[in-house]
Ligand binder design. Structure first.
Ligand SMILES: O=C(O)CCC(=O)C(=O)O
Ligand SMILES: [Fe+2]
Length: 308
């Protein structure tokens, strides 16, 4: 019997529940989305920033902004223009992944310990820009369902505002995705009738506000509604704890839209050689690389849509 999708509430933890115990975080909590409070304890210079202080800090900076309805077109926009839009309630732009390195927040922000074991940090593949990003959204921005690239784990910590996140485990993706057009369901533009399995999808849902950090595992699809003008810091992680899940997600992405613009497999091999944490890091990374080798050995036309 078909069943309607199950809705789960994202659980709320406090950073002191696992402290610096990264293994415990990944073993116990990181298999589904979680909200972590108290995650800015190591960045008091960020936690204390209110909206006027952030506006002042970013004055004169250009931020990479997407159109706020589809996240497909991007352009550089002055932070001042974004903040004026926010005040006027004008939903033109949504900044979701402007690297923090190009802002004065970079010196003040230190990711909490459980997010620091990240192969994107300091890799020879120019991936430091993925480690932390600025997120600046006018009210009513909507990020339609998508999966972040390269099978990244993700997190976002709001400094002010309010967002509702809905997240879907990787195995739910076929229910949300149209194989013919290679697009996810867009809640504001698509007729639900085009996605007959949609209602069967299980999802995890939460609202985050100032001080809340949302973490989600590798390969989880998500959509985000911004209820109130919001500002936060987000980031992306690839590491040995979820290297297999990341690779599965990346292979799916590869099959749909190609490999992306850096050599993911070389990146994994370098990470495993220089950044191991788990005792079985080498075997896990080898298994991930084998997934790629097996996939690549298939005839091109049979790799899903054949994008490879
Ligand atoms: O805040 C948003 O609108 C989207 C954020 C997002 O998709 C992400 O951080 O991965
Ligand atoms: Fe995302």
């Amino acid at each position: 019997m078909p069943h309607p999708g199950e809705a789960y509430a994202v659980p709320i933890l406090h950073a002191s529940d696992f402290g610096n115990n990264i293994e415990w975080f990944y073993a116990r909590h990181a298999h589904h989305p979680v909200i972590v409070r108290g995650a800015l304890a190591e960045s008091p210079g960020v936690a204390e920033l209110d909206r006027p202080a952030i506006e002042k800090l970013l004055h004169g900076f250009d931020l990479w902004a997407y159109d706020s309805a589809t996240l497909t077109r991007g352009e550089y926009v002055k932070a001042d223009v974004l903040f004026a839009d926010m005040a006027a309630g004008q939903a033109r732009f949504n900044v979701v992944d402007h690297s923090i390195l190009e802002t004065p927040l970079a010196d003040r922000f230190h990711p909490p310990a459980f997010l620091r074991h990240n192969w994107f940090a300091g890799s020879p593949h120019d991936t430091d820009r993925f480690v932390a990003s600025v997120n600046c959204s006018v009210r009513d921005s909507y990020s339609p369902i998508h999966v972040d690239p390269y099978g990244m784990q993700g997190w976002m910590c709001l400094l002010f505002g309010r967002k509702r996140w809905r997240l879907y485990a990787p195995e739910q993706i076929p229910l949300l995705y149209d194989m013919t057009s290679r697009r996810f369901f867009h809640r504001r533009f698509d007729a639900p009738a085009k996605f007959p399995l949609l209602e069967m999808a299980d999802y995890w849902e939460c609202e985050i506000a100032a001080g809340d950090l949302l973490y989600f595992p590798a390969g989880w699809a998500h959509e985000v509604v911004t209820f109130e003008e919001s500002f936060g810091i987000g980031g992306a992680i690839v590491n040995d704890f979820q290297v297999i899940e990341s690779t599965r997600s990346w292979l799916w992405e590869y099959s749909q839209s190609g490999p992306g613009d850096f050599d993911f497999i070389e990146f994994l091999a370098a990470g495993a050689a220089t950044r191991p944490r788990t005792p079985d890091c080498a075997s896990r990374t080898a298994a991930a690389i084998q997934l790629f080798a097996d996939w690549q050995a298939l005839p091109a036309a049979s790799r899903y849509g054949g994008a490879g």
